[in-house]
Write a protein that binds this ligand. Structure first.
Ligand SMILES: *Cc1c(COP(=O)(O)O)cnc(C)c1O
Length: 386
């Protein structure tokens, strides 16, 4: 007989009936019949679960869902988008390796690559992303990774995925594509030859501004196993509750993205016709430098745009319905002024190189009615002098 303080709640390992949604396995660890079974579980990301800092059934369900959406083989869900990017890079790179990366990548990614260059002996060359000759000129015997972003932020630049991924493959590089802004609804980079597709699931995949997560999807198993081995050391594996929330958000991804893409296109055209707006950056507009490539490679132009207006900071202060916030891709429309926030430490040429000007405002659309959004934008534009 055990003492009354020895409380052991029964844990059902089999239930009657099939749940309609993925159950949340909110458990840190898993129990085994003997040490040999545990040893087997802890040595590999496949097979039995050992510890939720390694793998977890709910997280695995998310990994399988995003694998299917991206047309990959296997995926690693992580605690953030940066967790997915760092695990993928650390899995693919050694000291002395060379990375070729698109200039216009997410600030956290360029920061990580600059860190790898200054502290960890990795070399980096930055390229635009549409010129095969520029890529070929950047190639070195120690080139190991090509990193691209399907739709870059905040300019809407779209790289030449098929040609660059093909050339990188021929040169034996591992190719990583950040597909956060396109989502698998608009582009599946593995179909163009990507080895790894990474996402900030914080944005469109989660889609409700209520979680921070990432996913890396792999075309083959081997780079996945390497990235997983890094992720458990970096501590960047997703926790089961966040995985469960991401799965919940993922169910409405097609509906949300369709609405966001339509709204972005609608507002892009209205802004382009407004006299106070000097330029609109949206790949759906025929005037955008990536328009033809975007039409060829994407099945939609994304839910984000940026535009330039004299008095951008004042415009921001006048917005009502539209929130002034950083992270994007969720149900609420958000505006951001990069020059005074994310890019505030850059001046002059360094700022211009990112495509950001003091006049630039980024808008990322949620699910509100486009007429309500336009009314808010229009009244904020009207408040500007001259
Ligand atoms: C936000 C973002 C990231 C980083 O994701 P976190 O979830 O914030 O770590 C990476 N890439 C792109 C394109 C992003 O927008």
């Amino acid at each position: 007989m055990t003492h009354r303080e020895t409380l052991r709640l029964p844990v059902p390992d089999q239930i009657e009936g099939r749940p309609v949604t993925v159950p949340l396995y909110q458990t840190a660890n898993f129990a085994f019949d003997d040490p040999a079974a545990m040893a087997s579980a802890m040595s590999s990301p496949s097979g039995a679960h050992f510890y939720s800092g390694y793998t977890n059934p709910t997280s695995r369900a998310l990994e399988e869902a995003v694998t299917a959406l991206e047309g990959g083989t296997v995926a690693l869900a992580t605690a953030s988008g940066m967790g997915a990017i760092s695990a993928s890079l650390f899995g693919a790179l050694r000291h002395g390796d060379h990375v070729i990366a698109q200039k216009a990548v997410y600030g956290g990614t360029s920061g990580l690559l600059n860190n790898l260059a200054t502290q960890w002996g990795v070399e980096v060359t930055w390229i635009a992303g549409h010129d095969l000759d520029e890529f070929t000129a950047a190639l070195r015997p120690n080139s190991r990774v090509l990193l691209l972003e399907t739709i870059a932020n905040p300019t809407g630049y779209v790289p030449d995925l098929p040609n660059l991924l093909g050339a990188a493959h021929s040169a034996g590089l591992t190719t990583i594509v950040d597909n956060t802004f396109a989502t698998p609804m608009l582009c599946r980079p593995i179909e163009y030859g990507a080895d790894v597709v990474v996402h900030s699931a914080t944005k469109y995949l989660g889609g409700h501004h209520d979680l921070v997560a990432g996913v890396a999807v792999f075309a083959e198993r081997e780079p996945y196993e390497k990235a997983w081995a890094q992720a458990i050391k970096l501590g960047s594996v997703i926790d089961p509750f966040t995985a469960w929330l991401t799965l919940r958000g993922l169910k409405t991804l097609p509906l949300r993205v369709q609405r966001q893409v339509n709204t972005a296109s609608d507002i892009a055209h209205r802004l382009a016709a407004h006299p106070a707006v000097s330029v609109v950056h949206h790949p759906g507009l025929p005037s955008h430098p990536s328009h033809r490539r975007a039409s060829r490679l994407l099945s939609g132009y994304g839910g984000t745009l940026s535009f330039e207006v004299a008095g951008a900071e004042q415009f921001m202060g006048q917005l009502g319905l539209i929130l002034n916030a950083g992270s994007l891709g969720g149900t609420e429309t958000v505006a951001m002024h990069p020059a005074s926030t994310t890019h505030r430490h850059l001046r002059g040429e360094a700022l211009r190189a990112t495509g950001v000007t003091p006049d630039l405002v980024r808008l990322s659309f949620g699910l509100e009615h486009p007429d309500d959004l336009w009314a808010d934008i229009e009244q904020a534009l009207k408040s500007l002098p001259g």
